[in-house]
Design a binder for this molecule. Structure first.
Ligand code: SF4
Length: 57
């Protein structure tokens, strides 16, 4: 992934995602959606990046 389009407003360490910047811990999308898989989220782990897409190997 080319880091010239890193979005410095969206830090991310999920390197397995197709939209991750690679060398730098940023997302390359202009906007992401964050959601939850819980009925009543109470912790960080209850939230999900719903824009995640598995990077092709
Ligand atoms: S889409 Fe979500 S998981 Fe993927 S790089 Fe962007 S912030 Fe990270």
């Amino acid at each position: 992934m080319n880091c010239s389009n890193a979005n410095k407003s969206i830090g991310c360490t999920v390197k397995q995602c197709a939209y991750h910047c690679g060398n730098e811990n940023y997302c390359t999308l202009g906007k992401i959606n964050v959601g939850t898989h819980e009925a009543n989220p109470t912790e960080i782990k209850c939230t999900d990046c719903e824009s995640f897409k598995l990077a092709s190997k």
